[in-house]
Design a protein around this ligand. Structure first.
Ligand code: SF4
Length: 424
C-alpha cells in the first residue's frame, strides 16, 4: 500500500521483494519490507520497523546499485559494486555482485573506506532528519496503516537498535565473530543458533577464535535459544530462510545434537510455511569432518534444508601449516579434501566447501601444492564445493594478491572465490 506524499515523504507500508535472493537484480531486494522515499534517499525497514537499508537517489551517491545495510549485529555495512563491472569485476572474486565494506577490521582484499566519503555519510544525517520528520507528523491525520508504520519506526530509534543487537548476543551466548563464506548466498541473513562453543585447534593465525575449549551445549539450552530467538525476531522472522548452527565446529557436536537443533528450528521458525528450500550453514574442522560417519550425512541429506558445511583446510603444505600454527598434518588435510569431493558427489542436499589461506610471506610450496591439489581434483559434482581463499588478516598489500588468486582460479577444477571475514 502506497500513500500520497506526506511532507514530501512517499510511504509504502509493505512491499514484497523476491522470496529468495536473485543475484542479478540491482540493487539487492528480497523479502517483505516497508519503504519511505524522499527526493534524495530511499529508506527500507524490516517488518518490525527497524531501519535496514539506505540508498542514495541523489547525483552525489556513488552508484545507483550501492546501498548501506544495517546487520542484525547493528553494523552499518556499505555494499559497493566496485570499480569494474561485468564478469571480470567483483562477481569473479566474490561470487556476488557486491563487496560488503565493513566498519571494523577484517581481511578485505579491497580497502574501501566509506566512513570518509561524505556522499555516503550524508545518508546517516538524512536518516536522522527522516526520524525527526516522522516524529513531527505522528499526530497528523493519517491512514491507520501509515500511522502504525511510523509508530513502529519511531519505537526503533538508535538506542533501541543497539540494545536489540546486545540482546541477540545474550540469547546465543556471545557475538558471532565470523559467518561461513557460503552465507553470501542469503546475503548473510541467517538466524544464529549456538550448538557448541569453542573449537578444537586454537590456530595461531586465526583472528576469530574464542578462548573457549570446545564444549557442546545441552539440548535444553538449544531449545531455550530457539524459544527466545522466535520472540526476538518477532514478525520479521518470516524474512529469514536460513539457519546457522554455531559456532566454529558444529560437526564435532555430533549427529544427534545437530539433527535435533536443525529439526526443532525448522519447525519452530516455520520455515516450511514460506520456503521449499531453506538453507542450513555450519562449520566443521578437519578432524570432526573426517570422524563424521555416513549416518550424519544421511541424516543431514534427509533434513528439509540444503546444507552447506564449510571446513578450514588452510594448506596442504607442511611448512605452511606449521607457520600459521594449524596443528594438522598435510596428509589429513588431503584426506579431508578428498572426502569433501565424495560427499558433494554422494549427497544431493549437502555441499561441503573449503577454505585455504593466502597472504604475503607464505612459502612458495603452499601455492604450488594448492594449485596442484585443485588442478588434479577428480570433480564429479557439478559446480558444488567452492574453494574460498582467505587473505591472512595481517598480510600487507592484499590487493596485490589478486593475480595470484587468478592463477589459482585458472588452474582449479572447482569454483574459487575470496573469503571476506564478516561477523554478525
Ligand atoms: S581457524 Fe577454526 S579451528 Fe583454528 S582457531 Fe580459528 S576457529 Fe578455531
Amino acid at each position: 500500500m502506497i500513500f500520497p506524499p506526506l511532507h514530501n515523504l512517499l510511504i509504502s507500508v509493505e512491499k514484497q521483494g523476491p522470496g529468495i535472493i536473485q543475484k542479478d537484480t540491482f540493487p539487492l531486494r528480497y523479502g517483505k519490507y516497508s519503504e519511505i522515499k524522499t527526493s534524495e534517499y530511499e529508506f527500507r525497514f524490516n517488518l518490525n520497523g527497524e531501519i535496514k537499508f539506505i540508498r542514495g537517489l541523489n547525483v552525489n551517491w556513488p552508484h545507483p546499485a550501492e546501498q548501506l545495510k544495517r546487520t542484525d549485529g547493528n553494523d552499518w555495512v556499505y555494499y559497493t559494486v566496485g570499480d569494474r563491472s561485468g564478469e571480470h569485476g567483483i562477481v569473479s572474486w566474490l561470487g556476488e555482485y557486491y563487496l560488503p565494506c565493513l566498519p571494523y577490521p577484517s581481511n578485505p582484499i579491497w580497502e574501501v573506506n566509506y566512513l570518509s566519503n561524505p556522499s555516503i555519510m550524508n545518508a546517516f544525517a538524512a536518516w536522522s532528519q527522516l526520524y525527526g520528520s516522522l516524529y513531527g507528523c505522528r499526530e497528523e491525520r493519517l491512514h491507520a496503516r501509515a500511522r502504525g508504520l511510523i509508530s513502529l519506526i519511531l519505537d526503533n530509534h538508535d538506542g533501541v537498535l543497539h540494545k536489540r543487537s546486545t540482546r541477540l548476543n545474550e540469547i546465543i551466548g556471545g557475538r558471532l565473530s565470523v559467518l561461513p563464506p557460503d552465507t553470501r548466498h542469503v546475503d548473510y541473513e541467517i538466524i544464529p543458533l549456538t550448538v557448541a562453543d569453542g573449537c578444537l585447534y586454537h590456530c595461531k593465525f586465526c583472528c576469530v577464535k574464542s578462548a573457549h575449549q570446545f564444549q557442546p551445549r545441552t539440548g535444553n539450552d538449544i531449545i531455550q535459544q530457539i524459544r527466545e530467538l522466535k520472540l526476538f525476531y518477532g514478525r520479521n522472522l518470516e524474512n529469514y530462510n536460513a539457519l546457522f548452527l554455531g559456532n566454529h565446529d558444529v560437526l564435532e557436536a555430533g549427529d544427534e545434537l545437530i539433527f535435533m537443533a536443525a529439526s526443532k528450528a525448522y519447525e519452530d521458525f516455520e520455515f516450511e510455511a514460506r520456503t521449499k528450500n531453506p538453507f542450513l550453514f555450519l562449520f566443521g574442522s578437519v578432524d570432526s569432518f573426517l570422524t563424521s560417519k555416513n549416518k550424519l550425512f544421511e541424516k543431514l541429506n534427509h533434513l528439509p534444508y540444503y546444507t552447506y558445511i564449510n571446513i578450514g583446510l588452510e594448506s596442504v603444505d607442511k611448512s605452511t601449516l606449521k607457520m600459521i600454527g594449524k596443528p594438522l598434518v598435510e596428509s589429513k588435510v588431503r584426506e579431508a579434501f578428498n572426502k569433501m569431493i565424495e560427499i558433494n558427489a554422494d549427497y544431493k542436499n549437502i555441499e561441503v566447501t573449503a577454505n585455504f589461506v593466502i597472504g604475503e610471506g607464505l612459502p612458495a610450496e603452499h601455492y604450488h601444492s594448492l594449485k596442484a591439489l585443485l588442478r588434479d581434483a577428480t570433480v564429479i559434482s557439478g559446480g558444488k564445493g567452492s574453494i574460498y581463499l582467505s587473505p591472512l588478516k595481517d598480510s600487507p598489500k592484499k590487493r596485490e594478491l589478486l593475480p595470484l588468486v587468478n592463477e589459482i582460479k585458472e588452474q582449479s577444477k572447482l569454483p574459487v572465490y575470496i573469503y571476506l571475514i564478516q561477523r554478525l
